[in-house]
Design a protein around this ligand. Structure first.
Ligand SMILES: O=C(O)C(=O)/C=C/C=C/O
Length: 488
């Protein structure tokens, strides 16, 4: 007798509510059923937005900075006290290695809330004394007010990390939020509702509506006249759709979208350090991080050595169950996504790719045959004219390309419609600064990858998005500023 699968409901104005239909949430490790998810229809989305507005019109709307910072700290403590539950939920939805979920996803959720509790507690704004005619002065000072009801739409690759990266500053600034998690990863956003409720947040401060994009909760939420802004992380095309939807209302949007991130490896780099860092940047989370590297440009003097090192590292990755000993790499998020990645694998061959490692679906035995597994893959023989070197694949794959001069390398790296992240590998500090600054991206790493200071600006340009979040940049998005001018 198999137990009936868990059911995850929407969280609206402080209560869990059933949906009008349910959809299946499956585990991409083996295709097993994780839970049934209650889909929010337009009415439930409306109730969530109305509930959020009611919170703003209640005590939450007049909460103090200290009260909000204390709430964020209680939420962080709540996540910490249920740490293993969050890890288990995230791993069930994504299939990612246990260690990754522990060290990256859930740990960053704690850090996100604690960081923005600190930031909001010490945030100030600007003021100016203005000399006026007749010898008077005027005082100008800015005050921050919450944006209002913020729609938060987050993807399936780093579900809790990205959700809390937005919820923490939004609540810190006194907003109320309606969250639409990915249909592929609904669990941790739902668990977070319990933690936020138990931390004492007023009903309606945090709401969760489950569903899909078009003609489902995502569309109903962005169309809703009661929202005051949208923050979204995900595919660039979806960002365009959201922008068109909210354009008539001129809503502020903060978009962290796709990428086709490059790495530039110079002759004077520390090869061992570069190979280790590039392995992480290409294969972390099975390449399903918007910041992952899919284009590696290597100066000719170290090309053979770096390629050999990366191929060896790729062959050393261990695909397997999240908790299995030695697992380094999980599956892709779904069969649907795997079909897309396999399509890129096939296209690459028609564009002249030489497969150095991988290129197919691994045989991991019968019990994993139902999973969305793909081989970590490296290509040579491509140039920037290849579509697989221009379009985001979002899988464990990169093209390795030699270059000769610094200028050529910079040109190759910047030859893209995206602009999210880059990494520069060189032991020459002058070259490192010079080249890193010329990367046309939102974040440019030198001799490292995905090292994050949450006070720094984070986001991308071009097809990679609009705006920056992080530190004061988050406060700037999640608040409206009023400048008060007082004449003496
Ligand atoms: O590290 C972060 O704050 C962040 O936003 C990462 C985004 C990754 C997207 O795939």
């Amino acid at each position: 007798m198999t137990s009936s699968p868990a059911e995850l409901q929407n969280f609206v104005a402080g209560s869990f509510v059933e949906g009008t239909a349910t959809f299946e949430n499956t585990n991409p490790v083996d295709g097993s059923l994780v839970s049934l998810i209650h889909e929010a229809d337009r009415g439930i989305v409306d109730a969530a937005v109305v509930g959020a507005r009611a919170a703003l019109n209640g005590p939450w709307g007049s909460s103090t900075v200290a009260e909000r910072a204390a709430l964020l700290r209680r939420i962080a403590d709540g996540i910490e006290s249920r740490f293993d539950e969050f890890v288990t939920a995230e791993v069930a939805d994504t299939g990612k290695p246990l260690a990754l979920a522990e060290q990256m996803d859930v740990t960053r959720a704690l850090v996100n809330f604690r960081t923005f509790a600190d930031i909001i507690s010490t945030a100030g704004t600007e003021s100016f004394l203005t000399d006026t005619a007749g010898g008077g002065t005027a005082l100008n000072y800015a005050v921050r007010k919450p944006l209002g009801v913020v729609a938060i739409i987050v993807p399936w690759n780093l579900p809790l990390l990205l959700l809390t990266w937005k919820v923490a500053p939004a609540l810190a600034c006194g907003n109320a939020v309606v969250v639409k998690p990915s249909e592929d990863t609904p669990s941790t956003a739902t668990l977070l509702a319990e933690v936020i409720r138990d931390a004492g947040a007023a009903s309606g401060v945090y709401n969760v509506v489950h569903g899909f994009g078009g003609n489902s909760a995502g569309q109903f939420l962005t169309e809703h006249p009661g929202i005051n802004g949208v923050t979204f992380t995900g595919a660039s095309a979806t960002g365009s759709t959201i922008m068109r939807t909210v354009a008539p209302r001129l809503l502020p949007v903060s978009f962290e979208l796709g990428g086709k991130n490059a790495a530039l490896v110079f002759d004077d780099c520390d090869v061992e350090r570069a190979v280790e860092g590039l392995t992480r940047s290409v294969f972390t989370n099975t390449g399903q991080v918007c910041l992952c590297t899919e284009r590696v440009y290597i100066q000719r003097g170290v090309y053979k050595e770096v390629v050999a090192g990366l191929v060896e590292k790729a062959k050393g990755l261990r695909l397997g169950r999240p908790g299995a000993e030695g697992t380094t790499t999980g599956p892709l998020i779904s069969d649907k996504h795997r079909v897309k990645v396999q399509g890129a694998f096939a296209t690459a061959l028609t564009e002249g790719a030489e497969v150095l490692v991988g290129g197919g679906v691994p045989d991991l035995g019968a019990d994993l045959a139902g999973g969305s597994w793909i081989e970590p893959t490296l290509w040579a023989g491509l140039d920037n004219s290849a579509s697989v070197m221009r379009d985001e694949i979002f899988g464990p794959v990169a093209g390795l390309v030699p270059f000769d001069t610094e200028e050529e390398g910079i040109h190759l790296a910047n030859d893209t419609d995206y602009g999210l992240a880059a990494s520069v590998w060189s032991s020459n500090i002058d070259r490192a600064h010079r080249v890193a600054r010329r990367m046309e991206v939102g974040i440019s790493w030198v001799n490292t990858w995905y090292l994050r200071d949450l006070r720094s600006p984070f986001g991308g340009s071009g097809l990679s998005g609009i705006g920056r979040e992080g530190g004061q940049h988050s406060l700037n998005f999640y608040t409206e500023l009023t400048n008060v001018c007082v004449a003496s």
